[in-house]
Every structure is written in structure tokens, then in C-alpha cells.
Design a protein around this ligand. Structure first.
Ligand SMILES: [Zn+2]
Length: 295
């Protein structure tokens, strides 16, 4: 049974397990033009129940495997993704170059992306630009480039319905994820401030938080605060000199150890962004081997 929430012609197809990874919440616009955004595994499993009409346009908020798990169901439909993320959908090797995992994690994860998330390289893509507006008939959608999670991560704003699809700025307790080689910490902060300033009536995230219609400003503020909690944990840890390896094992992002193949990559890529920021601010120094808090 599929749970669908409607905002006029904009439908949120709620993912299984409350949209927890590997599932997620997809958006279906049923208008003169039918558009599907971030087709999750749900769309594959329940396409007969939710897809009553032919899909005309397909959108991905960014290149991550769980957001495009349903892409290959629609090989003939134009697929829109931001210019900076498009190369990852054209080539599996580029996707993994963007992830920035080590060799072992790459070898373990590559077949999963193909077999479990149905990744198929797609040569023909339409590249999105910030501020672009789509008119589906009665529904208009504005593209908001909100980088940081990936270089080309986009949100989609349905102004008349007051619905902002925030994709993987997912407002969960885990906090913002900036763990790829295309991720950026300053851009993460700026994107979340932009989302908060927009003041949309309804925020829809791809994962768990789902539909947020209360205290949106505070919800985004709390989510953004997790960036600074991680920064504080890192600074506390750097009261003594630490190598990058020691920082990775401290699990500042995950807070404890999990048997996840990419956990080292997430910790490493995220911590390198924090360290770069702190060094630019002269709050941390590096002696070529170890990092140490100043003062
Ligand atoms: Zn993502």
C-alpha cells in the first residue's frame, strides 16, 4: 500500500520505512505534463499503483543512487539534472570518482549500485540551471541550486502550493551530509540559510523527516546547528595533536562505529572539509602529519 500526500497537483509518494534509506519520498506532478522527481525504489516496487499516467519529464535532485533508482524504468523520458551532477549519471566511473571512496569500498559498492539501485549510464541528459522555471500546465516549479551535499544538488519550489522539495537537505537528526569529493561545507551552510530564508509553508525531504509544516525555521536551524556540533567535537578532539586517521576513527559524523562500507570515506571527506575551514579561520594548524587546535 502506497501512502500519497497531495498538495494540489503536486503529490508526495511516501517511501517505505518512513523514507529511510534506501527508500525515499518521490514527487509526482500530475498536470497537463506529468513530471516525476527523484524516483525512489518505491517507484520500482509500486509503479502499477502510483504511476497512472505516462511520465513526460524526469528530474533528479542530484546524482546519488537512491534518488535515481527508478530512472531506468523510463529510458525514453528526458531526464533533468544540474550541469555539475550530470557527469555522474553518464558514467559509473565518474559517479565513483565523485563519491571519493577508497578502493576497497568502491569494489564493494559498485555492484550494489548497479544491481540494487539499477544504475544505468545515460548519455542523453538535460542540464538544469539555477532559477529555471518549469510550467507543467497549472503548476509551476522553480529550480534552486543548493550545493554542498553534492556540487549540483537542487531543490524544487512549487510556489503556488508553497511546497519546497529539499531532497537530501533532509532535516533528519543525523544532520547535513557533505561527504563526497564534490561536497562543500561553506556551500552547505549557505544553502541551508537560503532554504530557511525562503520561508516555504511546506518542506518535503527525500528521507525520514518527510513533510514538515510546523516550525520550519527552527527545524532548519536545528539541522544546520549539527554542522557546528561536529565542528566543536573536532576542536575538542584536537586539544591534543591528531592524525587524519585518528580523526576518521573518532566518528565525529556518525558519533559511533557502524559496519557501513563507506563510513571511513564519509568521515574522511567530511572532516577534511571541516579541517580546511578551521585552518582558513586560523583555528587549527597542521604540522604536515598532525592537526592541532590553536589556543
Ligand atoms: Zn544524497
Amino acid at each position: 500500500m502506497v501512502d500519497v500526500r497531495s498538495f494540489g497537483r503536486v503529490k508526495v509518494i511516501l517511501g517505505k520505512r518512513n523514507g529511510k534509506y534506501p527508500y525515499g519520498n518521490s514527487i509526482l506532478v500530475e498536470d497537463d505534463i506529468t513530471a516525476l522527481i527523484d524516483p525512489s525504489l518505491m517507484i520500482r516496487e509500486f509503479s502499477g499503483q502510483v504511476m497512472k499516467r505516462k511520465v513526460d519529464l524526469l528530474f533528479n535532485s542530484h546524482y546519488h543512487e537512491d534518488h535515481g533508482a527508478g530512472n531506468s524504468l523510463f529510458p525514453e523520458v528526458p531526464l533533468y539534472i544540474h550541469t555539475l551532477d550530470a557527469p555522474a549519471l553518464r558514467s559509473l566511473d565518474t559517479l565513483f570518482a565523485f563519491y571519493g571512496m577508497d578502493e576497497e569500498a568502491t569494489a564493494a559498492w559498485k555492484p550494489v549500485v548497479v544491481e540494487k539501485y539499477f544504475y544505468q549510464p545515460r548519455e542523453y541528459l538535460v542540464e538544469l540551471r539555477d532559477g529555471e522555471v518549469f510550467d507543467f500546465g497549472h503548476t509551476r516549479m522553480r529550480v534552486m541550486h543548493t550545493p554542498g551535499h553534492t556540487g549540483g544538488h537542487c531543490c524544487f519550489f512549487f510556489e503556488n502550493e508553497g511546497v519546497l522539495f529539499v531532497a537530501d537537505w533532509d532535516l533528519t537528526w543525523f544532520g547535513p551530509v557533505y561527504a563526497d569529493l564534490t561536497s562543500d561545507l561553506e556551500a552547505t551552510i549557505a544553502s541551508l540559510q537560503q532554504i530557511r530564508a525562503l520561508g516555504a509553508k511546506t518542506l518535503v525531504s527525500f528521507h525520514e523527516a518527510g513533510i514538515c509544516q510546523e516550525n520550519q525555521y527552527d527545524v532548519v536551524t536545528r539541522y544546520l546547528a549539527i554542522v557546528y556540533e561536529r565542528e566543536k567535537l573536532l576542536l575538542d578532539f584536537l586539544a591534543a595533536p591528531r592524525t587524519l586517521e585518528e580523526i576518521i576513527k573518532r566518528r565525529i559524523v556518525y558519533r559511533k562505529d557502524y559496519a557501513i562500507v563507506w563510513i571511513d570515506a564519509v568521515e574522511k571527506n567530511s572532516m577534511l572539509l571541516h579541517l580546511r575551514k578551521l585552518m582558513e579561520e586560523d583555528r587549527v594548524e597542521w604540522d604536515g602529519e598532525r592537526y592541532l587546535r590553536r589556543g
